[in-house]
Design a protein. Structure first.
Length: 402
């Protein structure tokens, strides 16, 4: 049966407009909502609404839209943005199906599409037995095809989106981005980081070589982006610095005396917050500066392969750690945080007692996640968008019959 989709804010790319076109070709109706200039330039053909009101008025506006009975489904990118979070209770009240896109749980070459929510809002069970039972009857998981994903395409669309936000700011006077800093500051920070990239890789390679050659037992703590909803919404921390404080204090007091801690910065961190300085100052105060290494680059698979354990908040690096059989603890809400995969005790006890994951459970979990939530494609390249559109249409139509 034909469905009627209300498309809220999408990616900073043509993906949502391509998806809308494909759904219309299949006989469905789609109406997009633009909240800012970036949405406007990527809205494509078809019917649109330009929402110019205040965020506080969105619950009432969404309710009026839902009351018309014109829509059966809602699609959005990310479920924690200010323009999206008000839709969840409205959709429940009026029986609308919500479909949330997000970057892939499994990377590269995959993106996420789930009913109701993603990450901390995901409806994926946290029961190991469910994954083991599902795995017995599940069809084989197809091998992913390369999408040609690259940072150049992503940066191009992001810059265009941000420029349109500035150009059309007067048309959307109450819009505030979910990102805390403007594009100029973020890209300035990334430019400075790019200039230091060669030195960062050289320093990280030297630190890794020293650790491995000396045979030091070490733990790795990969950082996340401070503005990521995974930190802001789905973790107990006020920010990444707060997470560093928690991990370093616990390491200093409870980790084996001869062990080291490697803190690896996020590859897209803009440098606007100096995590290296913060971690170095605290490590000195705690008396563990000689056992802490902060790196801005490095070959993550090598680091994970030889680590005594991995500490994450809820990063997708957790799945890579499981792949490399590294003992793992998740300090926030993560889809993979369950008995058999992650340490279920305290961080203080993890340093001494963390255990390797059950690899049979890991494979069952990974296959189920791909089967139920992942689509081969990406949001930014021409090839990746075409792949993602075809896969999303199949998944959305199948959801209507579920």
């Amino acid at each position: 049966m034909p469905r009627s989709f209300l498309a809220l804010q999408g990616t900073a790319s043509p993906f949502f407009s391509r998806l809308a076109d494909a759904l219309r070709e299949r006989g469905h109706s789609v109406r997009r909502v633009n909240f800012c200039g970036g949405d406007l330039v990527y809205s494509g053909a078809g019917e649109v609404w330009n929402y110019r009101g205040k965020p506080a008025d969105l619950p009432t506006w969404y309710a009026k839209v839902a009351q018309t009975g014109d829509f059966t489904d809602v699609i959005m990118f990310g479920d924690c943005r200010e323009v999206h979070r008000h839709m969840h209770p409205v959709s429940q009240a009026y029986g609308l199906s919500v479909h949330v896109f997000e970057e892939g749980y499994v990377r590269p070459n995959w993106l996420t599409l789930e009913r109701c929510g993603v990450n901390g809002r995901s409806r994926l069970p946290r029961d190991p037995a469910w994954y083991l039972d599902q795995h017995k009857v599940m069809p084989p998981i197809p091998v992913s095809n390369s999408t040609g994903y690259n940072l150049f395409d992503r940066a191009f669309h992001d810059i265009r989106y941000r420029a349109a936000n500035t150009l059309y700011a007067a048309r959307f006077p109450h819009y505030r981005s979910h990102r805390p800093r403007g594009g100029f500051f973020e890209y300035s920070g990334l430019a400075v980081r790019a200039l230091r990239d060669r030195r960062h890789h050289r320093d990280a390679e030297q630190a890794t070589r020293e650790l491995l050659d000396a045979g030091h037992a070490y733990y790795i703590f990969p950082l996340q982006l401070n503005s990521d909803a995974q930190i802001v919404v789905h973790s107990p921390f006020d920010g990444v610095r707060d997470a560093i404080d928690r991990v370093l204090n616990s390491f200093a007091r409870h980790a084996p005396s001869g062990s080291w801690l490697v803190i690896k910065n996020h590859p897209l961190d803009t440098g606007l917050i100096d995590y290296r300085r913060h971690a170095t100052k605290l490590a000195r105060e705690l008396g563990v500066l000689d056992r802490m290494r902060f790196i801005d680059a490095g070959h993550l698979p090598t680091l994970l392969e030889h680590a005594r354990g991995t500490v994450v908040v809820n990063s997708t690096v957790g799945l890579s750690a499981l792949h490399h059989r590294s003992p793992l603890i998740a300090l926030g809400t993560a889809i993979y945080s369950m008995p058999g995969l992650t340490w279920q005790g305290s961080l203080d006890n993890f340093w001494q007692h963390g255990e390797q994951p059950d690899m049979h459970l890991y494979q069952a979990f990974l296959d189920c996640v791909v089967h139920h939530t992942q689509i081969n494609g990406d949001f930014y390249t021409r090839t990746g968008i075409a792949m993602a559109t075809a896969g999303a249409v199949r998944r959305l139509e199948a959801a209507a019959h579920a």
